[in-house]
Design a protein. Sequence first.
Length: 392
Amino acid sequence: MNKSLKAKWHGSIEEIPKENWETLLDNKNIPFFHWNWLYALENSESISRKFGWQPIHLTLWDNNRLIAFAPLYLKNHSYGEFIFDQPFANLANQINLQYYPKLIGMSPLSPIEGYKFFISNQEDEGDITKIIMRIIDDFAIKNRILSCNFLYVDQHWKKFGEAAQCSCWINKQSLWNSKGESSFEEYLAKFNSNQRRNIKREKKSIEQAGLQISILNGKEIDLELIQLMYNLYELHCRKWGAWGSKYLTKDFFKHLLNDSLRENILLFNANRGNIKEPVAMSLFITNWEILWGRYWGSNQEIKNLHFDLCYYSPISWAIKNGITIFDPGAGGSHKLRRGFSSIPRFSLHRWYNSEMESLIKAWLPKINHLMIQEINASNNEVPFKDNNKDLK
Protein backbone atom coordinates (compact mmCIF):
# COMPACT_ATOMS: atom_id res chain seq x y z
CA MET A 1 0.00 0.00 0.00
CA ASN A 2 1.21 3.51 -0.86
CA LYS A 3 3.00 4.97 2.19
CA SER A 4 0.80 8.08 2.09
CA LEU A 5 -2.36 5.96 2.52
CA LYS A 6 -3.66 5.25 6.00
CA ALA A 7 -6.55 2.98 6.98
CA LYS A 8 -8.68 3.61 10.05
CA TRP A 9 -11.33 1.47 11.72
CA HIS A 10 -14.28 3.18 13.41
CA GLY A 11 -16.66 1.82 16.05
CA SER A 12 -19.22 4.49 15.21
CA ILE A 13 -20.11 6.61 12.22
CA GLU A 14 -19.81 9.63 14.52
CA GLU A 15 -16.05 9.16 14.38
CA ILE A 16 -16.12 10.00 10.66
CA PRO A 17 -16.81 13.64 9.74
CA LYS A 18 -20.13 13.89 7.95
CA GLU A 19 -18.80 16.34 5.36
CA ASN A 20 -16.00 13.94 4.40
CA TRP A 21 -18.39 11.00 4.12
CA GLU A 22 -20.88 12.87 1.98
CA THR A 23 -18.29 14.05 -0.53
CA LEU A 24 -17.73 10.44 -1.66
CA LEU A 25 -21.39 9.66 -2.32
CA ASP A 26 -22.14 9.55 -6.02
CA ASN A 27 -25.02 11.08 -7.92
CA LYS A 28 -27.17 7.97 -7.44
CA ASN A 29 -28.07 9.54 -4.10
CA ILE A 30 -29.33 6.36 -2.42
CA PRO A 31 -30.55 7.62 0.98
CA PHE A 32 -29.68 4.36 2.78
CA PHE A 33 -25.94 5.05 2.56
CA HIS A 34 -26.03 8.69 3.60
CA TRP A 35 -24.33 9.63 6.85
CA ASN A 36 -27.59 10.83 8.43
CA TRP A 37 -29.41 7.56 7.71
CA LEU A 38 -26.67 5.36 9.16
CA TYR A 39 -26.25 7.78 12.07
CA ALA A 40 -30.00 7.51 12.78
CA LEU A 41 -29.69 3.72 12.97
CA GLU A 42 -26.74 3.90 15.35
CA ASN A 43 -27.85 6.83 17.48
CA SER A 44 -31.32 5.37 17.98
CA GLU A 45 -29.70 2.06 19.04
CA SER A 46 -31.59 0.22 16.33
CA ILE A 47 -28.08 -0.89 15.34
CA SER A 48 -25.75 -1.59 18.25
CA ARG A 49 -23.48 -4.20 19.78
CA LYS A 50 -26.32 -5.02 22.20
CA PHE A 51 -28.43 -6.23 19.27
CA GLY A 52 -25.63 -7.99 17.42
CA TRP A 53 -24.71 -5.21 14.99
CA GLN A 54 -21.33 -3.69 15.88
CA PRO A 55 -20.43 -0.82 13.50
CA ILE A 56 -16.86 -1.21 12.32
CA HIS A 57 -16.59 1.16 9.37
CA LEU A 58 -13.34 1.33 7.42
CA THR A 59 -11.95 4.55 6.00
CA LEU A 60 -8.93 5.11 3.77
CA TRP A 61 -7.08 8.44 3.88
CA ASP A 62 -4.40 10.00 1.69
CA ASN A 63 -2.80 12.33 4.23
CA ASN A 64 -5.82 14.29 5.47
CA ARG A 65 -8.08 13.55 2.50
CA LEU A 66 -10.70 10.82 2.78
CA ILE A 67 -10.47 8.84 -0.46
CA ALA A 68 -12.67 5.83 0.36
CA PHE A 69 -14.90 4.25 2.95
CA ALA A 70 -16.64 0.92 3.45
CA PRO A 71 -19.69 0.72 5.76
CA LEU A 72 -19.13 -2.50 7.71
CA TYR A 73 -20.65 -4.31 10.68
CA LEU A 74 -19.48 -7.16 12.87
CA LYS A 75 -22.43 -9.50 13.52
CA ASN A 76 -23.15 -12.46 15.77
CA HIS A 77 -26.37 -13.49 13.98
CA SER A 78 -27.94 -13.30 10.50
CA TYR A 79 -31.13 -11.38 11.26
CA GLY A 80 -31.95 -8.16 9.39
CA GLU A 81 -30.01 -9.11 6.26
CA PHE A 82 -32.79 -10.75 4.18
CA ILE A 83 -30.25 -12.98 2.48
CA PHE A 84 -30.44 -16.31 4.21
CA ASP A 85 -27.01 -17.81 4.76
CA GLN A 86 -28.07 -20.83 6.82
CA PRO A 87 -26.34 -23.15 4.28
CA PHE A 88 -23.04 -21.40 5.05
CA ALA A 89 -23.64 -21.55 8.82
CA ASN A 90 -24.57 -25.25 8.63
CA LEU A 91 -21.49 -26.05 6.57
CA ALA A 92 -19.26 -24.25 9.07
CA ASN A 93 -20.82 -26.28 11.88
CA GLN A 94 -20.26 -29.55 10.01
CA ILE A 95 -16.54 -28.87 9.60
CA ASN A 96 -16.18 -27.57 13.18
CA LEU A 97 -15.74 -23.90 12.35
CA GLN A 98 -17.20 -20.97 14.27
CA TYR A 99 -19.44 -19.09 11.83
CA TYR A 100 -20.01 -16.02 13.98
CA PRO A 101 -18.95 -13.28 14.29
CA LYS A 102 -18.93 -12.37 10.62
CA LEU A 103 -18.27 -9.15 8.74
CA ILE A 104 -21.19 -7.66 6.81
CA GLY A 105 -21.24 -4.82 4.29
CA MET A 106 -24.75 -3.44 3.67
CA SER A 107 -27.16 -0.73 4.77
CA PRO A 108 -28.51 -2.46 7.90
CA LEU A 109 -32.05 -3.83 7.94
CA SER A 110 -32.64 -2.81 4.32
CA PRO A 111 -32.37 -5.18 1.34
CA ILE A 112 -31.35 -2.26 -0.87
CA GLU A 113 -29.13 -2.70 -3.91
CA GLY A 114 -26.22 -0.29 -3.98
CA TYR A 115 -23.56 -1.47 -1.54
CA LYS A 116 -19.98 -0.81 -2.58
CA PHE A 117 -16.79 0.75 -1.39
CA PHE A 118 -17.39 4.47 -1.81
CA ILE A 119 -14.29 5.77 -3.56
CA SER A 120 -13.21 9.23 -4.68
CA ASN A 121 -13.57 9.74 -8.43
CA GLN A 122 -9.97 10.94 -8.41
CA GLU A 123 -8.82 7.40 -7.58
CA ASP A 124 -8.69 4.16 -9.55
CA GLU A 125 -11.75 2.23 -8.35
CA GLY A 126 -10.30 -1.18 -9.07
CA ASP A 127 -6.97 -0.49 -7.35
CA ILE A 128 -8.57 1.03 -4.24
CA THR A 129 -11.06 -1.85 -4.03
CA LYS A 130 -8.15 -4.32 -3.93
CA ILE A 131 -6.35 -2.27 -1.28
CA ILE A 132 -9.43 -2.16 0.94
CA MET A 133 -9.99 -5.90 0.46
CA ARG A 134 -6.44 -6.62 1.63
CA ILE A 135 -7.00 -4.47 4.74
CA ILE A 136 -10.24 -6.33 5.48
CA ASP A 137 -8.51 -9.68 4.94
CA ASP A 138 -5.73 -8.78 7.38
CA PHE A 139 -8.29 -7.66 9.98
CA ALA A 140 -10.41 -10.80 9.57
CA ILE A 141 -7.47 -13.20 9.77
CA LYS A 142 -5.97 -11.41 12.78
CA ASN A 143 -9.31 -11.54 14.62
CA ARG A 144 -10.22 -15.11 13.55
CA ILE A 145 -13.29 -14.03 11.57
CA LEU A 146 -14.44 -16.71 9.17
CA SER A 147 -16.09 -14.60 6.44
CA CYS A 148 -16.76 -11.18 5.00
CA ASN A 149 -20.00 -10.67 3.09
CA PHE A 150 -21.10 -7.72 0.92
CA LEU A 151 -24.86 -7.83 0.35
CA TYR A 152 -27.00 -6.26 -2.41
CA VAL A 153 -23.96 -4.94 -4.18
CA ASP A 154 -23.99 -2.18 -6.76
CA GLN A 155 -23.86 -3.92 -10.13
CA HIS A 156 -21.16 -1.58 -11.48
CA TRP A 157 -18.93 -2.17 -8.44
CA LYS A 158 -19.55 -5.93 -8.53
CA LYS A 159 -16.92 -6.40 -11.23
CA PHE A 160 -14.27 -4.77 -9.02
CA GLY A 161 -15.22 -6.98 -6.11
CA GLU A 162 -14.97 -10.10 -8.25
CA ALA A 163 -11.62 -8.92 -9.65
CA ALA A 164 -10.48 -8.73 -6.03
CA GLN A 165 -11.32 -12.45 -5.66
CA CYS A 166 -14.79 -12.25 -4.10
CA SER A 167 -17.27 -15.00 -4.94
CA CYS A 168 -20.74 -14.08 -6.19
CA TRP A 169 -23.96 -15.56 -4.82
CA ILE A 170 -27.24 -14.81 -6.62
CA ASN A 171 -30.50 -14.31 -4.75
CA LYS A 172 -33.99 -13.25 -5.81
CA GLN A 173 -35.94 -10.07 -5.19
CA SER A 174 -39.07 -8.36 -6.52
CA LEU A 175 -39.12 -5.15 -8.56
CA TRP A 176 -41.55 -3.00 -10.50
CA ASN A 177 -40.22 -1.22 -13.57
CA SER A 178 -42.02 1.51 -15.43
CA LYS A 179 -42.70 0.74 -19.06
CA GLY A 180 -43.72 4.32 -19.78
CA GLU A 181 -47.28 4.03 -18.45
CA SER A 182 -49.08 7.35 -18.12
CA SER A 183 -51.65 6.14 -15.58
CA PHE A 184 -52.50 3.25 -13.28
CA GLU A 185 -55.27 2.30 -15.72
CA GLU A 186 -52.68 1.95 -18.47
CA TYR A 187 -50.63 -0.24 -16.13
CA LEU A 188 -53.70 -2.41 -15.44
CA ALA A 189 -54.15 -2.90 -19.17
CA LYS A 190 -50.95 -4.99 -19.21
CA PHE A 191 -52.61 -7.75 -17.16
CA ASN A 192 -54.68 -10.57 -18.49
CA SER A 193 -58.42 -9.96 -18.13
CA ASN A 194 -58.88 -12.20 -15.10
CA GLN A 195 -56.17 -10.55 -12.97
CA ARG A 196 -57.13 -7.06 -14.16
CA ARG A 197 -60.64 -7.75 -12.87
CA ASN A 198 -59.24 -9.05 -9.55
CA ILE A 199 -57.12 -5.94 -8.97
CA LYS A 200 -60.03 -3.62 -9.74
CA ARG A 201 -62.15 -5.61 -7.27
CA GLU A 202 -59.45 -5.37 -4.59
CA LYS A 203 -59.13 -1.60 -5.04
CA LYS A 204 -62.91 -1.16 -5.05
CA SER A 205 -63.16 -2.96 -1.71
CA ILE A 206 -61.06 -0.21 -0.09
CA GLU A 207 -63.49 2.44 -1.28
CA GLN A 208 -66.39 0.33 -0.01
CA ALA A 209 -64.70 0.20 3.41
CA GLY A 210 -64.93 4.02 3.46
CA LEU A 211 -61.18 4.53 3.23
CA GLN A 212 -59.16 7.11 1.35
CA ILE A 213 -55.39 7.10 0.81
CA SER A 214 -53.57 10.33 1.70
CA ILE A 215 -49.94 10.66 0.58
CA LEU A 216 -47.66 12.80 2.76
CA ASN A 217 -44.10 13.96 2.14
CA GLY A 218 -41.53 16.28 3.66
CA LYS A 219 -42.86 18.93 6.01
CA GLU A 220 -46.36 17.45 5.75
CA ILE A 221 -45.01 14.74 8.08
CA ASP A 222 -44.91 15.93 11.68
CA LEU A 223 -43.92 14.30 14.97
CA GLU A 224 -47.45 13.05 15.66
CA LEU A 225 -47.69 11.29 12.29
CA ILE A 226 -44.25 9.70 12.54
CA GLN A 227 -45.10 8.42 16.03
CA LEU A 228 -48.35 6.98 14.67
CA MET A 229 -46.32 5.25 11.95
CA TYR A 230 -44.02 3.77 14.60
CA ASN A 231 -47.02 2.55 16.63
CA LEU A 232 -48.48 0.80 13.59
CA TYR A 233 -45.09 -0.70 12.71
CA GLU A 234 -44.74 -2.00 16.28
CA LEU A 235 -48.28 -3.38 16.22
CA HIS A 236 -47.60 -5.22 12.96
CA CYS A 237 -44.39 -6.75 14.33
CA ARG A 238 -46.17 -7.76 17.53
CA LYS A 239 -48.74 -9.73 15.56
CA TRP A 240 -45.99 -12.11 14.46
CA GLY A 241 -44.77 -12.72 17.99
CA ALA A 242 -41.22 -14.04 18.16
CA TRP A 243 -41.03 -13.84 14.34
CA GLY A 244 -42.01 -10.16 14.25
CA SER A 245 -38.50 -8.84 13.50
CA LYS A 246 -39.02 -5.51 15.25
CA TYR A 247 -35.63 -3.95 14.66
CA LEU A 248 -36.27 -0.21 14.73
CA THR A 249 -36.73 1.90 17.85
CA LYS A 250 -39.09 4.82 18.29
CA ASP A 251 -36.07 7.15 18.27
CA PHE A 252 -35.18 6.03 14.75
CA PHE A 253 -38.56 7.21 13.47
CA LYS A 254 -38.00 10.58 15.17
CA HIS A 255 -34.68 10.88 13.32
CA LEU A 256 -36.63 10.68 10.04
CA LEU A 257 -37.88 14.21 10.77
CA ASN A 258 -34.35 15.52 10.23
CA ASP A 259 -34.61 17.96 7.31
CA SER A 260 -32.05 15.99 5.28
CA LEU A 261 -34.13 12.80 5.62
CA ARG A 262 -37.71 14.02 5.68
CA GLU A 263 -37.70 15.01 2.01
CA ASN A 264 -37.00 11.35 1.17
CA ILE A 265 -39.91 10.05 3.27
CA LEU A 266 -43.40 9.22 2.02
CA LEU A 267 -46.29 8.11 4.21
CA PHE A 268 -49.28 6.43 2.59
CA ASN A 269 -52.07 7.02 5.09
CA ALA A 270 -55.36 5.07 4.93
CA ASN A 271 -58.02 7.01 6.80
CA ARG A 272 -61.71 7.92 6.93
CA GLY A 273 -61.23 11.65 6.56
CA ASN A 274 -58.65 12.45 9.25
CA ILE A 275 -54.98 11.70 8.61
CA LYS A 276 -54.34 11.90 12.38
CA GLU A 277 -56.64 8.90 12.85
CA PRO A 278 -55.20 6.41 10.34
CA VAL A 279 -56.48 2.88 9.99
CA ALA A 280 -53.15 1.93 8.44
CA MET A 281 -49.95 3.51 7.15
CA SER A 282 -47.00 2.47 5.04
CA LEU A 283 -43.60 4.16 5.00
CA PHE A 284 -41.59 4.58 1.81
CA ILE A 285 -38.24 6.10 0.91
CA THR A 286 -37.58 7.82 -2.41
CA ASN A 287 -34.79 9.72 -4.13
CA TRP A 288 -37.33 10.78 -6.79
CA GLU A 289 -35.96 8.22 -9.24
CA ILE A 290 -36.51 5.04 -7.20
CA LEU A 291 -39.22 4.22 -4.66
CA TRP A 292 -38.45 1.80 -1.82
CA GLY A 293 -41.14 0.19 0.29
CA ARG A 294 -40.09 -0.30 3.91
CA TYR A 295 -42.68 -0.70 6.69
CA TRP A 296 -46.41 -0.86 7.22
CA GLY A 297 -48.97 -1.50 9.94
CA SER A 298 -52.73 -1.53 10.44
CA ASN A 299 -54.97 -1.35 13.51
CA GLN A 300 -57.88 -3.02 11.71
CA GLU A 301 -58.09 -6.18 9.64
CA ILE A 302 -59.43 -4.95 6.30
CA LYS A 303 -59.22 -7.27 3.34
CA ASN A 304 -56.95 -6.05 0.50
CA LEU A 305 -55.78 -2.96 2.42
CA HIS A 306 -52.19 -4.17 2.47
CA PHE A 307 -52.21 -4.65 -1.30
CA ASP A 308 -53.54 -1.15 -1.93
CA LEU A 309 -51.42 0.68 0.62
CA CYS A 310 -48.18 -1.13 -0.17
CA TYR A 311 -48.49 -1.90 -3.92
CA TYR A 312 -51.30 -0.28 -5.89
CA SER A 313 -51.27 3.25 -4.47
CA PRO A 314 -47.43 3.43 -4.53
CA ILE A 315 -47.36 2.23 -8.17
CA SER A 316 -49.97 4.87 -9.05
CA TRP A 317 -47.93 7.55 -7.24
CA ALA A 318 -44.73 6.38 -8.97
CA ILE A 319 -46.35 6.64 -12.39
CA LYS A 320 -47.66 10.15 -11.68
CA ASN A 321 -44.26 11.31 -10.45
CA GLY A 322 -42.09 9.77 -13.15
CA ILE A 323 -40.54 7.17 -10.84
CA THR A 324 -39.14 4.37 -12.98
CA ILE A 325 -38.28 1.75 -10.32
CA PHE A 326 -40.24 0.57 -7.30
CA ASP A 327 -38.55 -1.87 -4.93
CA PRO A 328 -41.31 -3.08 -2.58
CA GLY A 329 -39.04 -4.81 -0.06
CA ALA A 330 -38.25 -8.40 0.80
CA GLY A 331 -40.49 -11.45 0.63
CA GLY A 332 -43.99 -12.10 -0.65
CA SER A 333 -44.81 -14.41 -3.54
CA HIS A 334 -48.10 -12.49 -3.82
CA LYS A 335 -46.12 -9.66 -5.44
CA LEU A 336 -45.89 -11.65 -8.68
CA ARG A 337 -49.67 -11.59 -9.14
CA ARG A 338 -49.60 -7.82 -8.80
CA GLY A 339 -47.05 -7.14 -11.51
CA PHE A 340 -43.70 -7.29 -9.73
CA SER A 341 -41.04 -9.23 -11.59
CA SER A 342 -38.36 -11.36 -9.98
CA ILE A 343 -34.82 -10.12 -10.52
CA PRO A 344 -31.36 -11.30 -9.45
CA ARG A 345 -29.61 -9.56 -6.59
CA PHE A 346 -25.90 -10.17 -6.06
CA SER A 347 -23.81 -10.59 -2.94
CA LEU A 348 -20.04 -11.02 -2.74
CA HIS A 349 -18.29 -13.24 -0.21
CA ARG A 350 -14.84 -14.04 1.15
CA TRP A 351 -13.91 -16.93 3.45
CA TYR A 352 -10.79 -17.23 5.58
CA ASN A 353 -10.68 -21.02 5.79
CA SER A 354 -9.47 -22.92 2.74
CA GLU A 355 -11.79 -25.91 3.24
CA MET A 356 -14.86 -23.69 3.66
CA GLU A 357 -13.86 -21.61 0.65
CA SER A 358 -13.28 -24.56 -1.68
CA LEU A 359 -16.56 -26.25 -0.72
CA ILE A 360 -18.66 -23.12 -1.24
CA LYS A 361 -16.91 -22.14 -4.47
CA ALA A 362 -17.72 -25.58 -5.89
CA TRP A 363 -21.38 -25.18 -4.83
CA LEU A 364 -22.02 -21.61 -5.98
CA PRO A 365 -22.10 -22.10 -9.79
CA LYS A 366 -24.74 -24.83 -9.41
CA ILE A 367 -26.93 -22.92 -6.98
CA ASN A 368 -26.62 -19.70 -9.01
CA HIS A 369 -27.77 -21.55 -12.14
CA LEU A 370 -30.75 -22.94 -10.24
CA MET A 371 -31.62 -19.47 -8.96
CA ILE A 372 -31.69 -18.05 -12.49
CA GLN A 373 -34.03 -20.90 -13.45
CA GLU A 374 -36.22 -20.10 -10.45
CA ILE A 375 -36.35 -16.42 -11.40
CA ASN A 376 -37.38 -17.31 -14.95
CA ALA A 377 -40.06 -19.69 -13.68
CA SER A 378 -41.39 -17.03 -11.31
CA ASN A 379 -41.63 -14.43 -14.04
CA ASN A 380 -43.60 -16.80 -16.23
CA GLU A 381 -46.26 -16.68 -13.51
CA VAL A 382 -46.69 -12.89 -13.68
CA PRO A 383 -50.21 -12.50 -15.17
CA PHE A 384 -49.26 -10.08 -17.93
CA LYS A 385 -50.44 -10.59 -21.49
CA ASP A 386 -46.81 -10.87 -22.54
CA ASN A 387 -44.53 -12.22 -19.81
CA ASN A 388 -41.59 -13.77 -21.66
CA LYS A 389 -38.74 -12.48 -19.51
CA ASP A 390 -36.26 -15.33 -19.35
CA LEU A 391 -32.76 -14.42 -18.19
CA LYS A 392 -29.79 -16.03 -19.88
